[in-house]
Design a protein around this ligand. Structure first.
Ligand SMILES: Cc1cc2nc3c(=O)[nH]c(=O)nc-3n(C[C@H](O)[C@H](O)[C@H](O)COP(=O)(O)OP(=O)(O)OC[C@H]3O[C@@H](n4cnc5c(N)ncnc54)[C@H](O)[C@@H]3O)c2cc1C
Length: 326
């Protein structure tokens, strides 16, 4: 059987130095284990793991098996039993996200709340239980987490949004069995890398003095807006320099794994939360920008938009048959 063609691995940079204390990690991972709990069906529940196992009935298990299109069995059981605190990949990505990508003004309040939660008085104040979260059973932790979602203090609601969104996103990227359970293939079927465009990149030797370059136009950002503007300007005879803050990856390195792709190809590790963490923005950051990662779906703009572009912006192409048939 032919060996399936896979992309080159693009390892992640070393993990950033840890800034969280072990007490903060213990609470944080207890919360992550609540967002993505270890689930077992009643017949497989073990009394010794009652503190961290969310037990579901056989009917509920059957409903999950049907929803995922999976036969009941070892793979589904193993997937449901996955637990963030037992996954080195999950913990590594979580550390990267919180240490390398979260801003100081986002990380500081989180660290403070985790410290408060690790004490008995602080825990009583924020959860109603004097026992800290990392010693509470999964049912109590679930009720506490759910109550934070509609808490009267905005910072607690933000904490709920942050924990639930980061926990789920990192689980999807790091879970060993999520791709098998969902049928998601990291490499598209029958995939083979296409040719890469041979860009001419300028290399600058280390120097104390600035490099002086002479171009008609400098474009900051190599995404769809910048890239197309650069092409049109270059074809019109201007000399154009495109700069991008991120790296270029050839097609031999694509597609990457979920974990590698989010770090190498997306802005901020693929997680840019809004102020209250209720919305997450996903945007590409690499040489090619969103064009390297988007789905290439192309929808025709509505007639009145094309008319405005043609008449008000003097771009007649948009109401021409050439555009219509392109
Ligand atoms: C997962 C995903 C799927 C999508 N699917 C579709 C689709 O199917 N169809 C569709 O039409 N659109 C899709 N989009 C949207 C589309 O890709 C974006 O609208 C488009 O890429 C935006 O173009 P842009 O030039 O504004 O920015 P981008 O393409 O995002 O490029 C911005 C570039 O600027 C660089 N940059 C940012 N700041 C700096 C700085 N200070 N200095 C230097 N460089 C900098 C970034 O690294 C990045 O490379 C998708 C987007 C994503 C993320």
């Amino acid at each position: 059987m032919a060996t399936p063609l896979g992309p080159l691995s693009t390892p992640l940079p070393p993990l950033p130095d840890d800034v969280f204390t072990s007490a903060q990690w213990s609470i944080l991972l207890a919360l992550m284990d609540t967002v993505v709990p270890r689930i077992v069906r009643a017949s497989a529940a073990s009394p010794s793991r009652a503190i961290d196992e969310l037990v579901i009935s056989e009917e509920e298990y059957g409903a999950i098996a049907r929803a995922t299109g999976r036969e009941e069995g070892e793979t589904l059981d193993a997937y449901l039993a996955e637990r963030p605190s037992e996954s080195e990949d999950f913990k590594g990505l979580l550390r990267r996200q919180l240490v390398s990508y979260a801003r100081e003004d986002q990380r500081r309040p989180l660290m403070l709340i985790l410290s408060i939660l690790s004490t008995r008085p602080g825990s009583l104040l924020l959860t109603g239980y004097a026992t800290p979260l990392d010693q509470l059973d999964i049912k109590s932790r679930t009720l506490i987490l759910q109550s934070w979602g509609s808490h009267y203090i905005g910072a607690i609601r933000t904490l709920y949004n942050t924990l639930t969104s980061i926990g789920k996103m990192i689980h999807i990227k790091s879970s060993r069995l999520f791709p098998t359970i969902t049928g998601f293939s990291a490499i598209p079927l029958k995939y083979s890398p296409g040719p890469s465009y041979e860009y001419t990149f300028l290399q600058f030797p280390e120097s104390q003095s600035p490099a002086i370059l002479d171009f008609d136009v400098v474009i900051v950002g190599s995404g769809l807006g910048g890239g197309i503007s650069a092409k049109n300007l270059a074809e019109a005879g201007f000399s154009v320099l495109v700069v991008d803050k991120a790296y270029h990856y050839t097609s031999a390195q694509l597609p990457m794994t979920e974990a590698q792709g989010m770090i190498h190809l997306f802005e901020n590790g693929g997680i840019i939360p809004s102020e209250d963490s209720s919305i997450n923005v996903l945007t590409g950051s690499n040489f090619g920008g969103g064009g390297t990662v988007n789905w290439s779906a192309s929808l025709q703009p509505q007639g009145f938009v094309r008319k405005e572009w043609a008449e008000d912006r003097h771009l007649p192409l948009f109401t021409s048959t050439t555009f219509q048939e392109s």
